[in-house]
Design a protein around this ligand. Sequence first.
Ligand code: GLU
Length: 509
Amino acid sequence: MSNAKVRVRFAPSPTGPLHMGGVRTALYNYLFAKQQGGDFILRIEDTDQTRFVAGAEDYIIESLKWCGIQPDEGQGFGGDLGPYRQSERKHLYRKYADDLIENGYAYYAFDTAEDLDRVRQMAKDAGSPNWQYNHVTRNSMKNSLNLSQSEVQKRLDAGEPYVIRIKLNRNEEVKFEDIVRGWVSVNTNNMDDKVLFKSDGMPTYHLANIVDDHLMKITHVIRGEEWLPSAPLHVLLYRYLGWEDKMPQFAHLPLLLKPDGNGKLSKRDGDRLGFPVFPLEWNNPETGDVFSGYRENGYFPEAFVNMLAFLGWNPGTEQEIFSLEQLTEAFSLQKVNKAGARYDHDKTRWFNQQYLRSKTDQELGTLFKDLLSDKGLNVSQEKAEAIAALMKERAYFIMDLYKESSFFFERPSTYDEKTTRKKWNEDAKNHVVQLKGIFSQIDEFKATKIDEAFKSYLNDNELGFGKVGPGFRLAVTGKGMGPSMFEICAILGKDETIARIDLALEKLP
Ligand code: GLU
């Protein structure tokens, strides 16, 4: 196994939008594969047709693309070992279930849903609420271990519905070494004879998952902790199917926890906790409910991915900002924590802010210009860049550039009440009138020139900044605070600056 090319898979079930924990699982698979020079495969596990949700598969694919964690192979990405959607592999699974029966590792069970309900209820009434189909109880059920061969054949010939169950040995320790958790050992007395093949002719997750991992030559199974209880069953399936020497290595990733550390961050949390749990917005086709996504909330995919990488792993150094390529180099499954990883929304915002700050003014200008044009505001690239450069220190998101800068695009219709009350008086009015005269004389209306002219006005009249600055800002922007007024005036231009002073003199008391 050690010489085989690394092949890992992300195997979501299309039962709804992909939760951010799912994206993290995909990310860790991707990072591991890329680092090892291996392949990352996307397999859609849709054997449970009752839980199928339209649009979920496309959503999964779009999410991975948005994050830049592109599969090398798989549903929607091509490859030689497909199809990569389990419902299209339906014909493949039956023979493995038959092999298991033939070799004594599985059996037919004809118990109806009512039969099972009845025995569960009886067990409950007798004080054991967790009835299991196992080496003890199966002896009194309708299965091919109890019924005569002819009776079994008769039922099969009559087309009676049945399932195929794995036959677990009594009191057997199943052990495997998990890359994250170390040795895991479970006794079969604590497991049940899981259904491998259903009456609808479809395999269950367990059988399909093992068969596909084998046929797709998967070397490492990296998945969420919620699948750890299934792993011993999977180990037995490898053994019973005769593939134990090719069994992939397992790595079960820690859970994502709610910010208060109390319990798992679940899909059901939606926007309830004040942040999205999904990468992209999701419109539930059945209920019409809309759940917000990181993309629509203005997160950069690089920031989202960087944040996710740190939910369960860290490089062991102080460095926190990692591009996907850098993550690929630094990542190691050995450094993944066992303990659940608490989601921290402020930290997520912080990551976005870091990525925003690291962009060039040109990049920011382009993104900002696009956002403005969505709002029906058309500005030049030069102006968009200048505003973005001025506002970026205060911004976490591109849309913050707009929120804080709307005064560039429209003249004030209201004026900050507190600043008006405290700073707007006869003196302030007078200074603004003087400044208007001085500014109209500046030929080259640049920030440095405006700054110079403003400062010499203060000097000449022995005034402190606080006597003039706030009133001037109020007049031009309507605000009490903001970035450099000289930069703002330069971006607005001479005529507009003067027009705004006139407007303020007319509107303010
Ligand atoms: N289909 C399973 C899921 O939805 C895959 C679990 C696994 O990776 O084995 O998560």
